[in-house]
Write a protein that binds this ligand. Structure first.
Ligand code: SAM
Length: 335
């Protein structure tokens, strides 16, 4: 039976998703994207300059033009707007996310999806015999890629200073703040702000590099502590960005209780997550929900589910604002 062409096309696009992602990652790894950031070049110039095989490169470039990562004019290739976002020096570069999503440790966990749905066992732990953060503590190269990939997928937070007014938050604490990129952006936007980053001790070296100038000026401190055990940080505003979706409800309860215990009167807790919308088109949130299922014991949650987690900690939702890319900031407080 002849299939509908629209369905064929849509289904092929899904089935070939891994090929297309690998084509993009290959162009990044081979240095093609960074080289094209300088100036347009022909396939021959690229092949010679990067010591690549001319015919295979030509065919990879042709695919990337079809995917709107590159543009071709008069036989010369240039970065299209999506390609620009893959350049390592773009201020909101997604380069390391392209590499992280093609990494063996991410793909290996996803290969456990069907078994996980069959058995109910957590996929990452079934495949690797440990949880993701224990695995990262044992694998420094993957951990470095994870931290930089997380930062590269965090451009939604660029909108944060415009969406939430931090002018009355003299001290801001980013709990599980990764490599410190978001805190660095906030410290830049608010010159009077003091920042604190709480992370696993293994992550602090990268954060020290990112936040070094602010640490030297005495505007920023790093705290190596387990947020499941304590949040030993006094601040006016606390950020939990893409943290709670990593954890089951019980662990979220502990993290939130530890934040609540640290919060003084009037302090605010900002939860940055893909708060699940009802919108049927919101496929990103659904994809990240399954990704959380594969990688962690966590999930993406609705606003009502976050409210149910906040209440036992004596906190409640004050407002929810959109950040873009289906990300939202849920502002919580205890008063
Ligand atoms: C998904 S990443 C998000 C990082 C960052 N907030 C962002 O949005 O880019 C979760 C972060 O939680 C940190 N983390 C995990 N377990 C932790 C723990 N027990 N105590 C403190 N930080 C932890 C990880 O190191 C990681 O950087």
């Amino acid at each position: 039976m002849a299939g509908d062409e629209g369905e064929d096309h849509g289904l092929l696009r899904l089935l070939m998703g891994p090929w297309l992602a690998e084509a993009v990652a290959a162009a990044v790894r081979l240095g093609v994207i960074d080289r094209l950031g300088g100036a347009p070049a022909s396939a021959g110039e690229l092949a010679e300059g990067l010591s690549l095989a001319a015919d295979p490169l030509q065919r990879l470039l042709r695919l990337l033009v079809g995917l709107e990562v590159l543009e071709e004019r008069d036989g010369r290739f240039a970065l299209a707007p999506m390609g620009e976002r893959l350049h390592s020096r773009h201020p909101s570069s997604m380069r390391d996310l392209a590499l992280l999503y093609r990494s063996d440790f991410f793909l290996g966990a996803w290969r456990g999806l069907a078994d996980s749905v069959r058995t109910g066992h957590q996929a990452f732990a079934s495949v690797y015999g440990r949880d993701v953060y224990t695995y990262l503590a044992e694998h420094p190269a993957e951990a470095a890629l994870f931290d930089s990939g997380m930062a590269a997928g965090g451009s939604f937070a660029d909108a944060l200073p415009a969406v939430y007014d931090f002018s009355r938050a003299g001290r801001v604490a980013d709990i599980g703040g990764g490599d410190g990129s978001r805190l660095a952006a906030l410290l830049k936007a608010y010159p009077g702000m003091h920042g604190v980053l709480q992370e696993r001790p293994q992550v602090l070296a990268g954060a020290r590099e990112r936040l070094g100038s602010h640490i030297d000026e005495g505007r920023c401190e790093l705290v190596g502590a387990d947020f499941l055990a304590e949040v030993p940080v006094a601040a006016d505003a606390y950020l939990l960005c893409r943290v709670l979706h990593n954890w089951d409800d019980d662990s979220c309860g502990r993290i939130l209780a530890n934040c609540a215990a640290a919060m003084g009167p009037g302090a605010r807790l900002l939860i940055l997550e893909r708060v699940m919308p009802d919108d049927r088109q919101a496929w990103l949130s659904r994809a990240f929900d399954v990704h959380m299922m594969v990688m962690t014991t966590g999930r993406e949650r609705t606003a009502a589910e976050y409210e149910a987690l906040l209440r036992p900690a004596g906190l409640g939702t004050l407002e929810i604002r959109d950040l873009g890319a289906e990300m939202r900031v849920l502002v919580a407080g205890g008063d």
